[in-house]
Write a protein that binds this ligand. Structure first.
Ligand code: 13P
Length: 250
């Protein structure tokens, strides 16, 4: 059995004050969450505060991105060891906002995935198609290409106990959630592609859905056999909504 994971991607939102009250709300409500694993990925400047507030709790935390480099003249970048200094468990790699606004290629994302793993972090690999790609019928081709970049660089074992987030770009922040059937179809495709190389890796791989997931659609989505949780944007900024998704994942 794969343990469901619900991770909040806070993106570039919040203040020190809002981080404190959000985590306070989540910690107060977490007693209702029985089996799902929870994580939050704050903007990096808030990670020390998040560590302070969540240490000793059952909630993990992580970064939203990392550099492929270990140190040096890379203004604005954050290394894997810096994330480790603040006890991050996870790091998101290849979010569609990084791919589109920062022109990250599949190969760069694969390198980030490899660097994160080598440092002992668990990368959450984001993949997904745009609306044009879906309408052109190339969804599987796109997610296969994004997935294969990691497998080609590192081999199939790179996905052992891994986490992938299928995030259709057209569903992110738009309120246009993929239907549970649409999402399940792609999740099954992803797992099948991994299973063709290793059945055991495919069995252990958690595939999260991301894109306008809310408390009222989470249960149906996560109820599908190949959907193992969610990567949540907007709804992770409200304790009640985030907890609503977490209890649905139970
Ligand atoms: P929304 O939940 O706001 O659609 O964002 C999803 C996402 O991009 C999570 O990484």
């Amino acid at each position: 059995m794969r343990r469901p994971l619900v991770a909040g991607n806070w993106k570039m939102n919040g203040s020190l004050e809002s981080v404190r009250s959000l985590l306070d709300g989540i910690k107060r409500g977490i007693g209702d969450v029985k089996s799902a694993e929870l994580a939050v990925c704050p903007p990096c400047v808030f990670i020390p505060e998040v560590q302070k507030l969540l240490s000793g709790s059952d909630i993990a935390w992580g970064g939203q991105d990392l550099s492929t480099e270990s140190s040096g003249a890379f203004t604005g970048e954050i290394s894997a060891s810096m994330l480790n200094d603040f006890a991050c468990k996870y790091v998101i790699v290849g979010h569609s906002e990084r791919r589109s606004y920062h022109a990250e290629s599949d190969q760069q994302v694969a390198s980030k995935y490899a660097v994160a793993r080598a440092a002992g972090l668990i990368p959450i690999l984001c993949i997904g198609e745009t609306l044009e790609e879906r309408e052109a019928g190339t969804t599987n081709e796109i997610v296969a290409r994004q997935l294969d970049a990691v497998i080609d660089l590192e081999g199939i074992d790179a996905l052992a106990n891994g986490v992938i987030a299928y995030e259709p770009v057209w569903a992110i922040g738009t309120g246009m959630t993929a239907t549970p059937e649409q999402a399940q179809e792609v999740h099954a495709f992803i797992r099948g592609r991994v299973a063709a190389k290793s059945g055991s890796v495919a069995q252990g791989l958690r595939i999260l859905y991301g894109g306008s997931m809310k408390p009222d659609n989470a249960r149906e989505l996560i109820g599908k056999p190949d959907i193992d949780g969610g990567l949540i944007g907007g709804a992770s900024l409200k304790a009640e909504d985030f907890l609503g998704i977490c209890t649905a994942a139970d």
